[in-house]
Design a protein around this ligand. Structure first.
Ligand code: TEU
Length: 548
């Protein structure tokens, strides 16, 4: 296997809590994932990004880890985990574990010790500062999840930093002993045969809280290079993907240029911040504006071109923090099937490693709530109460949660039309989307024309395809709502066209020669015509005829 196996891979993201429950407690588990591995093989993916399964009080659904080397009991045991790693590897599926090293849970033994007092040997594992008083924190840094990022601790009379909830104290990366313990733990997992890590908010570990700097601090890349040397760099096949909300293409190159020995690739979110007022601000998500398609074309194309040979893209529309793409930028009513397929076709011929988030492959949609009592997610709840206190109208806040809230992505996986969508025999921790009788795996698997089988097709097409893997990318100038691009190398050229709108449009071939059969499409289109009519959300990919 080549070193860069992940350039050929499509990764499937699993949110274990919502994937498949085998015990009837309403919470998905590791055995449920094992049960569904054959389904994932059918889909054709060759890596899993597994959201955190470590021991956790679940204040932020596993992103608050209280013991990195044990499994949270509702998900199973370490033996189950070993079996999952084994069973995945047997099927040629690498397991990429989500790892949170920017912070731990406040129930982690390191923090319990650290809190005991200024002279405790774990004190410096976390970020402690004096404030002016118990009412006045060290400075005005705010948490991503609303309010101050500092929490006063009565016992020691100091404040600790928490960039997320107060139950997620930030680790102090300046402290070498702490870093050593983290590396030791990472090697524990690598030795078990996992395929690599997805590193949660990794761009925050170089924070300089006294300078009000959180992302991309001065020492960030030193820490990552050290981590690489001490851990996954020793495993030549390991794949790593860093979550970096604040990355520009230049920053992404620093992370993913192979010569720098840092990470395989990063997740950047520039395209995911286009439907908000303040586009570059990861906390601006609740201030909604409609997507302007030319912005999407410009941003995605920029990332396709600028990384060049010095970096590698990750390609995604969805994850456990984002609303469902078919509801967000597609049309989950009249053009549900067409628009869900459009997003598969548009993304999977780009350069980079595509990620499919559970349920995306069957076009799962957002859910609608009408009261905050129905919301589980801590981010949305904190935002709601914070903004309500500041005088925002309640209906606006509920609307923003319906459009952007993280629960949208977290409703249980819809396997079939039986009770609870076949997810659990008990009461699911988060209600199943009411549309599960229409939208589920069982009905789509047998339908050649389904969203699921479109995903299968585009995933299959990428495998060992040099053109999709390395070909040049060029955005074509077309009508406002048509996203069209070419991939080319010396031998061949591939064209992808997508009409991101509920209106008909026309694509002008401008002398390009192709016709006959598309590689994949979501309507029967007449590709022979010079001007191709595109119904709402039409999309196709086709090889260009280079013979003359
Ligand atoms: O997300 C990082 C993060 O900043 C998100 O909270 C993001 O700003 C927000 O959800 C946008 O919708 C990671 C994890 O993916 C997320 O699930 C965790 O809650 C968070 O880190 C803290 O660990």
């Amino acid at each position: 296997m080549s070193e860069c196996w992940w350039k050929d891979t499509v990764v499937y993201q699993i949110y274990p809590r919502s994937f498949k429950d085998t015990t009837g407690d309403g919470i998905g588990d590791i055995n449920g994932i094992i049960e569904k591995l054959d389904y994932l093989s059918y889909l054709g993916i060759s890596a899993i990004w597994l959201c955190p399964v470590y021991q956790s009080p679940n204040k932020d659904n596993g992103y608050d880890i209280s013991d990195y080397e044990s499994i949270t009991s509702s998900f199973g045991t370490m033996e189950d985990m070993d079996r999952l790693i084994n069973e995945s590897n047997k099927r040629g599926i690498k397991l990429i574990m989500d790892l949170v090293v920017n912070h731990t849970s406040d129930q982690h033994s390191w923090f319990i010790e650290s809190k005991k007092g200024l002279d405790n040997s774990y004190r410096d594992y976390y970020v402690w500062r004096d404030g002016c008083s118990s009412e006045q924190p060290p400075n005005e840094l705010t948490s991503v999840f609303s309010g101050s990022a500092w929490k006063f601790d009565k016992t020691s009379g100091q404040y600790y930093l928490h960039l997320f909830t107060e139950n997620q104290p930030d680790l102090n990366w300046e402290y070498p002993n702490m870093r050593k313990d983290i590396y030791h733990m990472m090697n524990f997992w690598l030795n078990k045969g996992i395929g690599g890590f997805r590193l949660d908010v990794i761009d925050l570990i170089g924070k300089e809280p006294d300078n009000l700097v959180t992302a991309n601090g001065n020492k960030l890349h030193d820490y990552i290079q050290e981590m690489n040397q001490e851990t996954f760099g020793k495993y030549p096949n390991a794949m790593t993907v860093g979550e970096t909300w604040g990355a520009t293409p230049e920053i992404a190159k620093l992370f993913s240029d192979p010569l720098r020995k840092e990470l395989s690739m990063v997740f950047q979110f520039e395209h995911m911040m286009l439907d908000q007022k303040n586009k570059g601000d990861s906390s601006g998500k609740w201030d909604l504006v409609p997507l302007y398609v030319p912005d999407l074309k410009a941003v995605m194309s920029k990332w396709q071109v600028v990384l060049g040979g010095q970096g590698w893209n990750s390609l995604f529309w969805n994850n456990h923090d984002l609303p469902r793409i078919v509801s967000r930028w597609g049309n989950d009513k009249q053009y549900w099937k067409e628009s869900a397929k459009l997003f598969a076709i548009l993304l999977h011929f780009m350069k980079g490693t595509p990620y499919v988030y559970q349920g995306e492959e069957i076009g799962m949609t957002n859910v609608e709530i009408d009261s905050i009592d129905q919301v589980n997610d801590i981010e949305a709840r904190n935002m709601y109460f914070d903004r309500l206190g500041k005088g925002y109208p309640q209906n606006e806040l509920i609307h923003a949660i319906n459009v952007k809230g993280r629960d949208n992505a977290r409703t249980p996986m819809q396997w079939d039309s039986s009770k609870n969508a076949g997810f659990s025999s008990g009461t699911p921790w988060l209600p199943v989307n009411a549309n599960y009788k229409k939208i589920n795996v069982a009905s789509q698997i047998k339908d050649a024309d389904s969203i699921l089988n479109t995903y299968k097709k585009v995933i299959e097409f990428r495998k060992d395809n040099i053109l999709v893997k390395y070909g040049d990318y060029k955005l074509l100038e077309t009508n406002e709502n048509i996203f069209a691009y070419l991939r080319s190398n010396r031998e061949s050229q591939l064209l992808v066209v997508a009409n991101i709108s509920s209106r008909e449009d026309v694509f002008d071939k401008n002398g390009m020669k192709f016709g006959g059969r598309a590689l994949v499409c979501n309507y029967q289109l007449d590709l022979e015509k010079e001007k191709i009519s595109l119904p709402p959300y039409a999309a196709f990919a086709v090889m260009i005829d280079n013979r003359n």
